[in-house]
Design a protein around this ligand. Structure first.
Ligand code: ADP
Ligand code: ASP
Ligand code: MG
Length: 441
């Protein structure tokens, strides 16, 4: 039996927390391979090491030398080593790291040093080998080279009963360090789990599993016992950032379940994430709610649009020419909307795109709605329960919120609703109350 355990930033935040990791690993000999994040916040208002490292990269680009931000990173690692009472040459490693950063101040390399240092310290604490992710996790053409990475990880871990692998980064075809997007140590953990054929991927964080909605919006939301891979993908992509939305791909192909667990309450059972085939819904209509702010909706109306061959294609070509991707494309008979992350439309891009769309498809009407938040209501239970959308929209109406856009996925696994940013929290609370509040199912 092999379990791969990934520990997130809070679990790594200081020596005390890292001792919890040690205890968790000692409690189960199947927990053989460990993937670590860089240290996160120790308290509200503290900084994450990764954020300090992005700051370091900016400092080095400006001055040629590491400065205050790196000094803060160094001091965090020094105190952790001290707290753990390790016989470990942290000063030498930190000055080596500072020189390496000055030689290569690229944001990816500098940011990756958080996981690298964290991995080295964890390996020293556990007295087991450290695997540098740049030797085993490979990127090609900007994307993970999954087959090669699985083979290299498998090879490196063959014959090692236990080991620590640094999360978040790997190496590209030019031998340069490249990171995943933020939160990417979850992906590294999934790659290791897949590579070694683990029976379980344990993802240890600071909450006792997936909650039915963001705990920063609703106090104490109910926990979710089990989720399917598909539900997880929808929820995490839509902002429930407990787990990186790409972390399921490596494990899904091999049917490896994931369990989200709490380093600070290891006895809690957490959330199991399972293949649809092994997933038994608990009878709830809605499994969870997630969402994100700051989208722009471009709404197009044209009579007989449905009969006009290539209409969507022409609009999508305009977006593609600007390198802009869209999140959703709800459509009616004579209407079509494109929902785009507002970040992608800055610096005049929106205006240019609108002009080009106007020329390309000559719509009867074109409206742009900015500052839209999307809220996704997710659950396999929705397609076997009549009246789910009626309940959803009644709840939103009762909260006095105007719905700006609706998109129901063809899988009937989700309904996505667009509301003004300023109404987002209110909408989440109302929808939560409807489906989970006061004993609702
Ligand atoms: P880690 O550093 O361990 O990877 P993250 O900060 O990435 O942890 O993810 C855990 C956090 O996700 C929680 O502390 C919580 O604030 C947040 N979160 C957002 N949505 C949810 C949700 N639906 N369920 C649980 N936690 C959520
Ligand atoms: N340390 C990285 C981040 O803060 C990766 C991770 O924690 O998963 O995004
Ligand atoms: Mg995370």
């Amino acid at each position: 039996m092999i379990k791969v355990c990934k520990f997130g930033g809070t679990s790594m935040a200081d020596g005390m927390n890292m001792l919890r990791i040690k205890k968790i690993l000692e409690a189960d000999p199947a927990r053989r391979y460990v993937v670590v994040s860089a240290p996160g916040k120790r308290y509200g208002g503290d900084s994450k090491v990764t954020d300090l490292l992005y700051e370091t990269a900016r400092e080095v680009k400006e001055t040629g030398h590491v400065g205050d931000a790196f000094a803060r990173v160094a001091s965090r690692f020094r105190s952790t080593v001290r707290e753990l009472g390790l016989d470990f040459e942290i000063d030498a490693l930190l000055s080596e790291t500072a020189s390496a950063i000055e030689r290569d101040p690229s944001a990816d390399f500098v940011a990756s040093r958080g996981e690298y240092l964290a991995g080295r310290v964890t390996a020293a604490m556990l007295e087991i080998p450290f695997i540098d992710a740049r030797n085993v996790i490979k990127f090609a053409n900007g994307r993970l080279d999954a087959p090669r990475s699985y083979a290299l990880v498998r090879e490196a871990l063959k014959g090692l009963r236990r080991a620590v692998v640094a999360g978040f980064y790997g190496e590209d075809e030019n031998g340069r360090v490249k990171t995943f997007s933020r939160g990417g140590s979850d992906v590294s953990g999934a790659i290791v789990a897949r590579a070694v054929g683990a029976q379980l991927y344990e993802n240890w964080t600071d909450v006792s599993g997936f909650l039915a909605c963001d705990p920063r919006i609703v106090a104490n939301p109910v926990g979710i016992d089990a989720l399917s891979y598909k539900e997880l993908r929808e929820l995490s992509y839509m902002g429930a950032n407990v787990l990186h939305s790409e972390a399921i791909f490596p494990v899904r192909e091999a049917d490896i379940p994931i369990r989200i667990l709490n380093t600070f309450r290891p006895e809690d059972k957490g959330t199991a994430i399972l293949p649809v085939s092994k997933y038994r819904p608990d009878g709830r209509t809605v499994t969870g709610i997630a969402g994100k702010k700051n989208f722009t909706v471009i709404y197009l109306e044209k009579s007989l649009m449905n009969a006009e061959i290539g209409f969507a294609h022409r609009v999508l070509t305009v977006l593609a020419q600007h390198g802009v991707s869209f999140e959703h494309m709800p459509s009616g008979i004579d209407t079509m909307s494109f929902v785009i992350d507002s970040e992608e439309l800055k610096d005049g891009v929106l205006e240019q795109i609108c002009e080009e769309i106007r020329q390309a498809v000559r719509p009867d009407k074109m409206n742009v709605f900015a500052d839209i938040a999307l809220l996704a209501v997710v659950g396999h239970g929705m397609n076997r329960t009549v009246g789910t959308s009626a309940r959803l929209f009644q709840a939103i109406a009762r909260a006095g919120v105007n719905v700006r856009m609706i998109d129901q996925g063809s899988s009937e696994l989700n309904i996505i609703v667009g509301v003004d940013n300023e109404n987002y929290d209110r909408t989440v609370k109302a929808v939560y109350e409807e489906f989970f509040g006061r004993g609702c199912a």
